[in-house]
Structures are given as C-alpha cells and as structure tokens.
Design a protein around this ligand. Structure first.
Ligand code: ZN
Length: 380
C-alpha cells in the first residue's frame, strides 16, 4: 500500500497476513504497474513559470469578499494521498501546470525516512520501524522525493500530511482507535521527519492540514492534536452530498463527498479506492481500464454539475498516486483536471487557498450559499 511505489514486498506480506485491510473504506495504495490505459488530453502547455503565474492569477481574481448575491467560484480541490511516487509527481505537475490548477498532496511522513533508518519511526502502540506503507527506500529515492516536493511547492501546490504508518481498521491499534496522545505522537514524528529532511534540502513551509489514513479517526480525539500542531483544516470525513466546510474544535473540515455515480446507479464516496470497490469490487482488470476511466470521469462530471448548479460548495476530489486496475482511476482524475480547471468561474485550488478565501468572506453573504442543501447528483 505504498502510495504509488512498487517496492513493497514486506508490505504485501504484512497485508496478506492481516487478511487485507483492503476491505476498508478509502486508502490503500497498491504497487504500480506499467502504462496509462488511455491517453490523457493535456491542455496546451507553456513555460512552467507562465503556467504557475496563470494559476496564481486565476485564484487571485477571486481573493476578495463576494458581493451580496454574487455567485462563489466553483472551487475544485484535487488532492493526492501518499505523494511518494516520482512518476506520478511528474504527471501531476505537468498536467496541473497546463490546467492552471493548484493541488494539495498529503505526504506520508515515513517516505522521508530511508529504509535503513526505519527504526526512527515509533508508531503509537506498536514496535519501532513498523509501517503499513513501507518507508522511503534508498537515500537516493528520498532525495528524488524531496526534489518533487520542493518543485511542487515552487509551483504553488500545497503539501499536507497523510500521517505516517497508515494503520487502518483491522491493523490494530488502528488510527480509528487512537487517543489524542497517540495522534500527538504521530504528528510530532511527522514534523520530526520533515525537520530532519531539512538537511537534505526539504522545506515544506507551514503544514496546515491533512487526510487521515483510510479516512479513519475518532475526531474528538484527533482534532485537538491537529490544533496543537498548528493545523487549520482536515479533509478526511465522508458525508452525504457536496457540502461547504464546517468548523469544529478550531479545525475546518473539508468533507469528502459521497454522490450518486450515474453509470453505477448508486452512491459512492468520491475517493479513487472507494470508486474501485464500487466498480468491480477492487479486482485487477486492466483490460477494463478505459471503461472504468469513463465511469469515474462521469461521476466527477456529475458531481461538478451538481455543485455548480446548486450550493457551489468546494468539490473535493480525493485520489492516490496509483495505477489500480490498469490505471483507469488515475486517468479519470487526469482527464477531469484537464477539462474542468480552465472553465469560467472555476478555480482548482489548494485546501489552504480555499481556507483563506472563506476567511475573507462576509459570513452573512456566504451563509446564503452554505446553508443551502447539500448538492446531490439527481436520479435520471
Ligand atoms: Zn492512504
């Protein structure tokens, strides 16, 4: 369940022994096989710095209070968990640039720790050096990751946390049972790994939020630890429909929407892993990758239409750096990014971008929108 890297023999053994955490909600990351199932139409690309400026300008045009009665922009928040695959970083950086998109990547802190130093990680309630998603590989691989993260930062993307060892229900003690003290210990270590990587050239700036492994957690326990570590938001919790972020214990929650997927005629959480489970029960069927890509793209389009024509709530698209089942799921994310981010009144932004935009708003003006019913994809 390495987020997008393949060197995971030990993880696979561990997963098999655990009877597979895969049955669970979101999350797991699988080894990445080879090629893209379908070519992704990449918008015309210009020089990187021009793209970065365009994305910033697109956002800046909306960084002001809305006038009473004015429609909010349709924010789309592309977000990637794990963030440890060089190949995926290259694809996402190129596509986001061409699409004038700013994205959020949630880094698993253990990827900053070379395999040989794994015992530096002491997971809450278990032996040092344990992780469900492996570690950072060789020193050279950690350096490549740091290069990717720094390039992402330079381009205006945001790096948040996906925490460290990725322990989901069934792999106990899983994050869903952690106390505030355990969340504190986990976050202390995430920041220690980031700090130690400074010597190798990493500078993440302020880390303002994250997504929990498998979207699990006891929130009354987790939020105080997030706050204590300077977080302003979380984006882990599933909800029915597309809704505006809400605030609790000083943390703004960017909810993960669950919407009706037209091709499947059922409601699914808009997270790549859950979509895979819904499409074919999580089987590896690379020959059907193009079909899966169309199904998932259809889900994203329907969700976007529901939000834009409804409450205009920011749309969170959760994904991993993966090539599951021939890559159809990641292709769908790429196709959606390529087609949606350049639309009028649409801004593909980071979580902290949208957080800052919300803070600028007159609460009464925004309430007109955020008290509207959740956006749902209608039945035909
Ligand atoms: Zn994950």
């Amino acid at each position: 369940m390495r987020h997008g890297r393949s060197r995971t023999g030990e993880w696979l053994l561990l997963a098999a022994a655990l009877g597979l955490v895969l049955a669970l909600l979101a999350a797991p990351e699988a080894p990445e096989p080879a090629e893209a199932a379908t070519p992704v139409p990449v918008p015309a690309a210009g020089p990187v710095d021009v793209q970065v400026d365009r994305a910033a300008t697109r956002l800046a045009a909306w960084m002001r209070p809305l006038a009473p009665g004015e429609r909010p922009p349709q924010f789309v928040l592309f977000s990637f968990d794990g963030a440890g695959s060089h190949r995926h970083w290259q694809r996402v950086l190129a596509l986001a640039g061409a699409s004038e998109a700013r994205i959020t990547a949630f880094l698993s802190g253990v990827y900053l720790v070379p395999d040989g130093e794994r015992r530096r990680y002491r997971p809450p309630g278990r032996a040092a050096g344990t992780s469900a998603v492996g570690f950072g590989g060789s020193d050279a691989e950690v350096d490549v990751l740091i290069g990717d993260l720094m390039e992402a930062r330079r381009r205006g993307h945001e790096i948040g946390t996906h925490y460290n060892g990725h322990f989901c229900a069934g792999d106990e003690p899983s994050v869903g049972r952690w106390s505030t003290a355990m969340w504190d210990a986990e976050l202390d270590q995430f920041f220690a790994f980031v700090e130690a990587a400074r010597a190798r050239g990493l500078d993440l700036g302020a880390v303002r939020g994250g997504r929990t492994p498998c979207l699990e957690g006891r929130w009354a326990q987790a939020y105080p630890a997030m706050r204590a570590h300077g977080f302003t938001y979380d984006t882990s919790r599933p909800t029915d429909g597309i809704v505006w972020p809400t605030e609790e214990h000083g943390i703004r929650e960017f909810w993960m929407p669950s919407v009706r997927v037209p091709a499947l005629r059922k409601q699914v959480l808009l997270m790549d892993y859950n979509l895979w489970m819904a499409v074919n029960g999580g089987r590896d069927e690379p020959e059907r990758a193009a079909e899966f890509s169309d199904t998932v793209l259809g889900a994203y389009r329907a969700a976007y239409t529901a939000a834009t024509s409804g409450n205009r709530a920011p749309l969170v698209i959760g994904s991993h750096f993966n090539r599951w089942s021939g890559g159809g799921f990641f292709d769908a994310v790429e196709r959606f990014m390529a087609e949606v981010c350049l639309r009028p009144e649409t801004v593909c932004a980071t979580h902290s971008d949208v957080n800052a935009w919300i803070d600028l708003q007159d609460p009464e003006v925004l309430d007109v929108w955020r008290t509207m019913p959740p956006a749902h994809v209608p039945r035909p």
